[in-house]
Design a protein around this ligand. Structure first.
Ligand code: GYE
Length: 337
Protein backbone atom coordinates (compact mmCIF):
# COMPACT_ATOMS: atom_id res chain seq x y z
CA UNK A 1 0.00 0.00 0.00
CA UNK A 2 2.82 2.33 0.90
CA UNK A 3 4.68 1.71 -2.30
CA UNK A 4 1.63 2.28 -4.40
CA UNK A 5 0.95 5.69 -2.94
CA UNK A 6 4.57 6.72 -3.28
CA UNK A 7 4.78 5.44 -6.79
CA UNK A 8 1.80 7.42 -7.87
CA UNK A 9 3.36 10.53 -6.36
CA UNK A 10 6.59 9.96 -8.24
CA UNK A 11 4.75 9.44 -11.49
CA UNK A 12 2.63 12.52 -11.00
CA UNK A 13 5.72 14.64 -10.58
CA UNK A 14 7.06 13.20 -13.80
CA UNK A 15 4.41 15.12 -15.67
CA UNK A 16 5.64 18.39 -14.19
CA UNK A 17 9.13 18.05 -15.60
CA UNK A 18 9.38 21.27 -17.51
CA UNK A 19 8.56 23.45 -14.55
CA UNK A 20 11.15 22.07 -12.20
CA UNK A 21 14.40 21.69 -14.09
CA UNK A 22 15.92 19.16 -11.73
CA UNK A 23 17.16 16.91 -14.48
CA UNK A 24 20.15 19.15 -15.02
CA UNK A 25 22.79 16.59 -14.26
CA UNK A 26 20.94 13.58 -15.56
CA UNK A 27 23.21 12.09 -18.15
CA UNK A 28 22.24 8.55 -17.68
CA UNK A 29 19.38 8.16 -20.01
CA UNK A 30 16.78 9.79 -22.12
CA UNK A 31 17.87 13.36 -21.61
CA UNK A 32 21.27 12.91 -23.20
CA UNK A 33 21.22 10.50 -26.11
CA UNK A 34 24.37 8.47 -26.45
CA UNK A 35 25.52 9.21 -22.92
CA UNK A 36 27.56 6.83 -20.83
CA UNK A 37 26.04 3.46 -20.16
CA UNK A 38 25.75 0.07 -21.61
CA UNK A 39 22.83 0.31 -23.92
CA UNK A 40 22.63 3.83 -25.18
CA UNK A 41 20.52 5.22 -22.33
CA UNK A 42 16.82 5.94 -22.66
CA UNK A 43 15.36 3.37 -20.30
CA UNK A 44 11.88 4.22 -21.50
CA UNK A 45 12.57 2.49 -24.81
CA UNK A 46 13.38 -0.80 -23.14
CA UNK A 47 17.17 -0.36 -23.02
CA UNK A 48 19.03 -1.45 -19.94
CA UNK A 49 19.77 1.12 -17.24
CA UNK A 50 22.95 0.40 -15.34
CA UNK A 51 22.75 1.23 -11.63
CA UNK A 52 25.55 1.01 -9.09
CA UNK A 53 24.15 0.54 -5.58
CA UNK A 54 26.31 0.81 -2.49
CA UNK A 55 24.59 -0.76 0.51
CA UNK A 56 25.50 0.02 4.13
CA UNK A 57 26.09 -3.60 5.15
CA UNK A 58 24.17 -6.57 6.48
CA UNK A 59 23.86 -5.36 10.06
CA UNK A 60 20.19 -5.96 10.74
CA UNK A 61 16.95 -7.64 9.69
CA UNK A 62 15.86 -4.28 8.29
CA UNK A 63 18.92 -4.17 6.07
CA UNK A 64 18.35 -7.73 4.81
CA UNK A 65 14.77 -6.81 3.82
CA UNK A 66 15.97 -3.59 2.18
CA UNK A 67 18.64 -5.39 0.15
CA UNK A 68 16.15 -8.01 -0.99
CA UNK A 69 13.67 -5.33 -2.04
CA UNK A 70 16.29 -3.51 -4.10
CA UNK A 71 17.64 -6.65 -5.73
CA UNK A 72 14.14 -7.85 -6.58
CA UNK A 73 13.14 -4.50 -8.09
CA UNK A 74 16.19 -3.55 -10.14
CA UNK A 75 16.13 -6.73 -12.21
CA UNK A 76 17.03 -7.48 -15.82
CA UNK A 77 13.35 -8.13 -16.58
CA UNK A 78 12.55 -4.69 -15.23
CA UNK A 79 15.18 -3.08 -17.48
CA UNK A 80 18.10 -2.75 -15.05
CA UNK A 81 21.65 -3.97 -14.80
CA UNK A 82 22.29 -3.73 -11.05
CA UNK A 83 25.81 -3.62 -9.66
CA UNK A 84 25.47 -4.17 -5.92
CA UNK A 85 28.08 -3.87 -3.20
CA UNK A 86 28.02 -4.28 0.58
CA UNK A 87 30.20 -1.77 2.48
CA UNK A 88 30.21 -3.67 5.77
CA UNK A 89 29.27 -0.48 7.65
CA UNK A 90 32.45 1.30 6.54
CA UNK A 91 32.38 4.68 4.82
CA UNK A 92 35.72 4.09 3.09
CA UNK A 93 34.26 1.00 1.40
CA UNK A 94 31.30 3.03 0.17
CA UNK A 95 33.52 5.76 -1.22
CA UNK A 96 35.59 3.12 -2.99
CA UNK A 97 32.45 1.49 -4.43
CA UNK A 98 31.11 4.82 -5.68
CA UNK A 99 34.46 5.65 -7.30
CA UNK A 100 34.43 2.30 -9.03
CA UNK A 101 30.88 2.90 -10.31
CA UNK A 102 32.03 6.26 -11.66
CA UNK A 103 35.00 4.60 -13.36
CA UNK A 104 32.68 2.00 -14.90
CA UNK A 105 30.44 4.74 -16.26
CA UNK A 106 27.19 3.50 -14.77
CA UNK A 107 24.03 5.41 -15.65
CA UNK A 108 22.95 6.04 -12.05
CA UNK A 109 24.43 5.67 -8.59
CA UNK A 110 22.21 4.95 -5.60
CA UNK A 111 23.42 4.47 -2.07
CA UNK A 112 22.44 4.37 1.55
CA UNK A 113 25.15 6.38 3.31
CA UNK A 114 26.47 4.76 6.46
CA UNK A 115 27.14 8.17 8.09
CA UNK A 116 25.94 11.68 7.27
CA UNK A 117 29.17 13.60 6.69
CA UNK A 118 32.22 13.24 4.46
CA UNK A 119 30.53 12.81 1.08
CA UNK A 120 31.22 16.12 -0.66
CA UNK A 121 34.31 15.07 -2.60
CA UNK A 122 33.10 11.77 -3.99
CA UNK A 123 29.66 13.14 -4.88
CA UNK A 124 31.36 16.03 -6.67
CA UNK A 125 33.27 13.43 -8.69
CA UNK A 126 29.98 11.78 -9.65
CA UNK A 127 28.55 15.14 -10.64
CA UNK A 128 31.57 15.93 -12.78
CA UNK A 129 31.06 12.58 -14.49
CA UNK A 130 27.39 13.48 -15.06
CA UNK A 131 26.11 10.50 -13.12
CA UNK A 132 22.96 11.27 -11.14
CA UNK A 133 22.98 10.13 -7.52
CA UNK A 134 19.96 8.96 -5.54
CA UNK A 135 20.02 8.61 -1.78
CA UNK A 136 17.98 5.78 -0.32
CA UNK A 137 17.14 5.28 3.35
CA UNK A 138 19.73 7.61 4.96
CA UNK A 139 20.55 11.27 4.43
CA UNK A 140 23.86 13.03 3.81
CA UNK A 141 25.02 16.37 5.15
CA UNK A 142 26.60 18.13 2.16
CA UNK A 143 27.05 21.82 1.38
CA UNK A 144 25.83 21.53 -2.22
CA UNK A 145 22.38 19.97 -2.46
CA UNK A 146 22.66 19.50 -6.21
CA UNK A 147 25.08 16.66 -5.50
CA UNK A 148 22.09 14.32 -5.38
CA UNK A 149 18.74 14.19 -7.15
CA UNK A 150 16.49 12.99 -4.38
CA UNK A 151 16.43 11.32 -1.01
CA UNK A 152 13.84 8.59 -0.38
CA UNK A 153 13.35 7.19 3.11
CA UNK A 154 11.63 7.50 6.46
CA UNK A 155 11.46 10.53 8.72
CA UNK A 156 13.74 9.32 11.51
CA UNK A 157 13.10 12.29 13.81
CA UNK A 158 9.40 11.51 13.65
CA UNK A 159 10.09 7.86 14.49
CA UNK A 160 12.03 8.89 17.61
CA UNK A 161 9.30 11.37 18.51
CA UNK A 162 6.61 8.70 18.29
CA UNK A 163 8.59 6.39 20.57
CA UNK A 164 9.14 9.27 23.00
CA UNK A 165 5.44 10.15 23.03
CA UNK A 166 4.46 6.58 23.71
CA UNK A 167 7.00 6.21 26.51
CA UNK A 168 5.99 9.52 28.03
CA UNK A 169 2.26 8.75 27.97
CA UNK A 170 2.34 5.05 28.86
CA UNK A 171 5.34 4.67 31.16
CA UNK A 172 6.28 8.19 32.20
CA UNK A 173 3.33 8.58 34.55
CA UNK A 174 5.86 7.81 37.28
CA UNK A 175 9.65 8.36 37.43
CA UNK A 176 11.45 6.02 34.99
CA UNK A 177 15.10 5.38 34.19
CA UNK A 178 15.64 4.89 30.48
CA UNK A 179 18.73 3.45 28.80
CA UNK A 180 19.25 4.17 25.11
CA UNK A 181 20.89 1.84 22.60
CA UNK A 182 21.97 4.13 19.80
CA UNK A 183 22.47 3.18 16.18
CA UNK A 184 25.74 3.63 14.31
CA UNK A 185 27.53 6.77 15.49
CA UNK A 186 27.17 9.58 12.97
CA UNK A 187 24.40 7.88 10.98
CA UNK A 188 21.23 9.80 10.16
CA UNK A 189 18.90 7.35 11.95
CA UNK A 190 21.01 7.40 15.15
CA UNK A 191 21.22 11.21 15.23
CA UNK A 192 17.56 11.75 14.35
CA UNK A 193 16.01 9.02 16.48
CA UNK A 194 17.86 10.36 19.51
CA UNK A 195 16.77 13.92 18.79
CA UNK A 196 13.12 12.96 18.22
CA UNK A 197 12.94 11.06 21.49
CA UNK A 198 14.55 13.92 23.41
CA UNK A 199 12.12 16.40 21.92
CA UNK A 200 9.06 14.32 22.78
CA UNK A 201 10.10 13.63 26.38
CA UNK A 202 11.76 16.90 27.39
CA UNK A 203 8.67 18.27 29.11
CA UNK A 204 8.08 15.15 31.18
CA UNK A 205 10.39 15.28 34.23
CA UNK A 206 9.58 11.63 34.99
CA UNK A 207 11.48 10.42 31.91
CA UNK A 208 15.20 10.30 32.63
CA UNK A 209 17.79 8.87 30.20
CA UNK A 210 20.46 7.48 32.53
CA UNK A 211 22.79 5.93 29.91
CA UNK A 212 23.14 6.10 26.13
CA UNK A 213 25.64 4.23 24.00
CA UNK A 214 25.97 2.89 20.47
CA UNK A 215 25.28 -0.77 19.69
CA UNK A 216 25.95 -0.18 15.98
CA UNK A 217 22.48 -1.40 14.94
CA UNK A 218 23.50 -5.05 15.52
CA UNK A 219 22.05 -7.71 17.78
CA UNK A 220 25.44 -8.50 19.21
CA UNK A 221 26.19 -4.82 19.83
CA UNK A 222 22.85 -4.37 21.60
CA UNK A 223 23.51 -7.38 23.79
CA UNK A 224 27.01 -6.28 24.82
CA UNK A 225 26.03 -2.69 25.58
CA UNK A 226 22.99 -3.86 27.54
CA UNK A 227 25.16 -6.19 29.62
CA UNK A 228 27.28 -3.18 30.58
CA UNK A 229 24.20 -1.07 31.33
CA UNK A 230 22.80 -3.78 33.60
CA UNK A 231 26.05 -3.96 35.53
CA UNK A 232 26.39 -0.23 36.11
CA UNK A 233 22.72 0.69 36.53
CA UNK A 234 20.81 -1.32 39.12
CA UNK A 235 17.52 0.40 38.41
CA UNK A 236 16.65 0.32 34.68
CA UNK A 237 12.97 0.63 33.81
CA UNK A 238 13.00 1.09 30.03
CA UNK A 239 15.27 0.28 27.07
CA UNK A 240 14.94 2.51 24.03
CA UNK A 241 16.71 0.72 21.17
CA UNK A 242 17.14 2.57 17.86
CA UNK A 243 16.37 -0.67 16.02
CA UNK A 244 14.78 -4.07 16.61
CA UNK A 245 18.02 -5.99 16.40
CA UNK A 246 19.63 -4.11 19.29
CA UNK A 247 16.39 -4.57 21.24
CA UNK A 248 16.58 -8.31 20.57
CA UNK A 249 20.17 -8.33 21.81
CA UNK A 250 19.03 -6.46 24.93
CA UNK A 251 16.37 -9.15 25.53
CA UNK A 252 19.13 -11.78 25.66
CA UNK A 253 21.15 -9.71 28.14
CA UNK A 254 18.10 -9.04 30.34
CA UNK A 255 17.12 -12.71 30.41
CA UNK A 256 20.69 -13.73 31.21
CA UNK A 257 20.55 -11.33 34.16
CA UNK A 258 17.48 -13.17 35.45
CA UNK A 259 14.95 -10.46 34.60
CA UNK A 260 11.86 -10.50 32.38
CA UNK A 261 12.04 -8.35 29.25
CA UNK A 262 8.78 -6.54 28.59
CA UNK A 263 7.81 -6.71 32.27
CA UNK A 264 10.68 -6.03 34.68
CA UNK A 265 12.30 -3.90 32.00
CA UNK A 266 10.14 -2.47 29.23
CA UNK A 267 11.56 -2.31 25.70
CA UNK A 268 10.66 0.03 22.83
CA UNK A 269 12.28 -0.22 19.41
CA UNK A 270 12.11 0.98 15.80
CA UNK A 271 11.86 -1.08 12.54
CA UNK A 272 9.12 -3.69 12.82
CA UNK A 273 10.95 -6.62 11.20
CA UNK A 274 9.65 -10.15 11.71
CA UNK A 275 11.84 -11.04 14.71
CA UNK A 276 11.02 -7.75 16.42
CA UNK A 277 7.29 -8.13 15.78
CA UNK A 278 7.42 -11.70 17.07
CA UNK A 279 9.07 -10.57 20.31
CA UNK A 280 6.44 -7.80 20.57
CA UNK A 281 3.61 -10.31 20.11
CA UNK A 282 5.24 -12.55 22.76
CA UNK A 283 5.30 -9.69 25.27
CA UNK A 284 9.09 -9.22 25.35
CA UNK A 285 8.99 -5.86 23.56
CA UNK A 286 6.34 -3.27 24.46
CA UNK A 287 6.06 -0.97 21.46
CA UNK A 288 7.56 -0.71 17.96
CA UNK A 289 7.51 2.18 15.52
CA UNK A 290 7.80 0.86 12.00
CA UNK A 291 10.45 1.85 9.48
CA UNK A 292 9.60 0.52 6.05
CA UNK A 293 12.57 -1.12 4.29
CA UNK A 294 10.78 -1.92 1.01
CA UNK A 295 12.31 0.92 -0.98
CA UNK A 296 13.15 -1.09 -4.12
CA UNK A 297 9.98 -0.48 -6.18
CA UNK A 298 10.14 3.25 -5.53
CA UNK A 299 13.84 3.41 -6.34
CA UNK A 300 13.11 1.68 -9.64
CA UNK A 301 10.34 4.18 -10.40
CA UNK A 302 12.52 7.16 -9.49
CA UNK A 303 15.27 6.01 -11.83
CA UNK A 304 12.86 5.30 -14.68
CA UNK A 305 11.25 8.68 -14.19
CA UNK A 306 14.60 10.49 -14.28
CA UNK A 307 15.72 8.36 -17.18
CA UNK A 308 12.78 9.35 -19.31
CA UNK A 309 13.59 13.01 -18.71
CA UNK A 310 11.27 13.50 -15.75
CA UNK A 311 12.00 14.88 -12.36
CA UNK A 312 11.14 13.75 -8.85
CA UNK A 313 10.63 15.49 -5.54
CA UNK A 314 13.81 16.33 -3.62
CA UNK A 315 12.59 14.45 -0.59
CA UNK A 316 10.26 11.47 -0.68
CA UNK A 317 9.15 10.42 2.80
CA UNK A 318 7.92 6.89 3.34
CA UNK A 319 5.01 6.37 5.72
CA UNK A 320 5.46 4.21 8.79
CA UNK A 321 3.04 2.54 11.18
CA UNK A 322 3.38 1.66 14.87
CA UNK A 323 2.41 -1.40 16.87
CA UNK A 324 1.62 -2.34 20.43
CA UNK A 325 1.52 -5.99 21.52
CA UNK A 326 -2.05 -6.67 20.41
CA UNK A 327 -1.55 -4.96 17.06
CA UNK A 328 1.60 -7.02 16.48
CA UNK A 329 -0.34 -10.25 16.94
CA UNK A 330 -2.82 -9.12 14.30
CA UNK A 331 -0.20 -7.85 11.86
CA UNK A 332 2.29 -10.73 12.07
CA UNK A 333 0.59 -13.24 9.74
CA UNK A 334 0.64 -10.77 6.82
CA UNK A 335 4.09 -9.33 7.43
CA UNK A 336 6.32 -9.49 4.34
CA UNK A 337 9.65 -9.16 6.15
O1 GYE B 1 16.54 1.09 11.27
C1 GYE B 1 18.43 -0.34 11.10
C2 GYE B 1 19.45 -0.45 10.04
O2 GYE B 1 18.96 3.13 8.15
C3 GYE B 1 16.67 2.91 8.66
O3 GYE B 1 19.59 0.87 9.54
C4 GYE B 1 17.98 2.24 8.57
C5 GYE B 1 18.43 1.58 9.83
C6 GYE B 1 17.48 0.56 10.42
O4 GYE B 1 20.59 -1.02 10.42
O5 GYE B 1 17.91 -1.57 11.46
Amino acid sequence: MLSRSLRSRILVTATAVAALGLAACSSGGGTTPGSSGTAGGGGGGGDTITVGFSQVGAESGWRAANTKSIQESLTKENGFDLKFSDAQQKQENQIQAIRSYIAQGVDYIAFSPVVETGWDAVLEEAKQANIPVILTDRAVDVADETLYQTFIGSDFVEEGRRIGQWVSENLGTEPINVVELQGTTGSAPAIDRKAGFEEATKDNPNVKVVASQTGDFTRDGGKKVMEGFLQSNPDIDVVYAHNDDMGLGAIEAIEAAGKKPGEDIKIVTIDGVKDGMTALAEGKINYIVECNPLLGPDLADIIKTLDSGGTVERRIVTEDGAFDQEQAKEALPDRQY
